[in-house]
Design a protein around this ligand. Structure first.
Ligand code: PLP
Length: 394
């Protein structure tokens, strides 16, 4: 028997080596005693009971040796992709890595050389640029355009930026930040862009299950089956089920030639699976996990509404309508304040740690990203604090 998840339960994560809560004072100067952590993308919820049971079974057995026989794990992935994304995945195409930042780094190592350009449509998840630069490659930032307050690709501008030195484009689908669920036409546009400039397209779809009711995500291999010879797709259970500490993700490569090259990199750096990650993911990709995600998205939809309604009462502040993800992307530029003044109010007065927009690349200035995956009472408290911190302009 499983009980319904209680997303309202406030669980104190302080003192548990939680990056989100235990690093917020160091990273943002916001006290963990009184502050609200709304930055890094993990949730303040327990995962489905099936995942807890998998870890408890491991603990009860008490031997933590190397993992072998990934048949059940691969079956669970295949079931999930077919059931939730109408996508048939070949088990041979799936390679398991230690999370998708790790996967991104391995892709950069596999298909680019130092000095090559890697294209990002910005603002975008900050770790992409960090990994590319750390590997001595150049980040080519192509800003997304804004159309009625939502991001859209500007392929003509991106085409004009290409020099011929670019070898790869990394797409975030759905997009973080801003939460766009790219349409099939837009996905086709990214695929054609990759073709036009002879780029490997890495499609990071880690947020693909966190889709709000009424929206539909399409896996890149379905949107653009004609580019499988240059496509690398990445997914994971970690964002969906809040198990990011298990550092497990999948790099899915339908084309056997591309796959061989990636496998050579895996061999060269000695990657083998994390048994906790595989046990948890196998349990998560199940009917019980699916019901949990449906409940989660209904709850997050409520949080999004509370947050957006509350912020819309402050003139000059605009929270982008999220189609996916729990990461609200808020534009403060309409206030005409300096970034320092906005941060003084948000961090200093409201005591809220949110990601700084500048870290997401071109187009991120003047924005902050707020993580809404926390009990409703905390979202309400955050809204109250923000309204007080900007009370002079209401
Ligand atoms: C687009 C994207 N990719 C990857 C990650 C992190 O992946 P992992 O924890 O598997 O390294 C995040 C985390 O927020 C993300 O937003």
């Amino acid at each position: 028997m499983t009980s319904a998840p209680d997303f309202d339960e406030v669980i104190d994560r302080r003192g548990t080596h939680s990056s989100k809560w235990d690093m917020m004072s160091r990273n943002y100067g916001v006290s963990a005693d009184t502050g609200i952590a709304m930055w890094v993308a993990d949730m303040d919820f327990r995962p489905p009971e099936a995942v807890q049971r998998a870890v408890e079974d491991m603990a009860r057995h008490g031997i933590y040796g190397y993992f072998g026989d990934d048949g059940a794990y691969l079956d669970a992935i295949r079931w999930w992709m077919a059931e939730r994304h109408r996508w048939e995945v070949e088990p041979e195409a799936i390679m398991t890595v230690h999370g998708l930042v790790n996967g991104t780094g391995l892709c950069v190592q596999t298909w680019t050389e130092p000095g090559d350009g890697v294209v990002l449509f910005t603002p975008v998840y900050h770790a992409f640029a960090r990994v590319i630069r750390a590997a001595g490659r150049e980040v080519v930032e192509c800003p997304l355009a804004l159309d009625e307050g939502r991001y859209v690709p500007d392929f003509a501008a991106a085409d004009a930026q290409m020099t011929g030195r670019e070898k790869m484009v990394i797409l975030c689908s759905p997009h973080n930040p801003g939460g766009r669920v790219w349409t099939v036409e837009e996905l086709r546009g990214f695929a054609d862009f990759a073709k036009r400039h002879d780029l490997i397209l890495v499609s990071d779809e880690i947020h693909h299950d966190l889709i709000y009711p009424g929206q539909k995500h399409t896996a890149m291999p379905l949107a653009a089956p004609d580019i499988l010879d240059r496509l690398v797709m990445m997914t994971a259970t970690t964002k969906t089920f809040n198990i990011a500490g298990s550092h497990t993700g999948n790099v899915i490569i339908p084309d056997p030639h591309l796959r061989k090259r990636f496998q050579a990199t895996l061999g060269a750096v000695g990657i083998s699976p994390n048994s906790f990650g595989l046990h948890m993911a196998t349990a998560a990709y199940s009917p019980e996990g699916a019901a949990w995600v449906d409940g989660l998205m209904t709850y997050l939809e409520g949080n999004r509404e509370v947050f957006d309604d509350g912020l819309s009462a402050i003139p000059g502040i605009f929270s982008m309508p999220l189609e996916a993800t729990y990461l609200a992307w808020v534009d403060f530029t309409g206030l005409g304040m300096s970034e320092a003044e906005v941060l003084r109010r948000v961090e200093g007065e409201a005591g809220i740690a949110a990601n700084h927009g500048t870290t997401f690349g071109r187009g991120g200035d003047g924005f902050l990203r707020f993580n809404l995956a926390t009990p409703r009472s905390r979202v309400e408290e955050a809204v109250d604090r923000l309204r007080r911190a900007f009370s002079d302009i209401q």
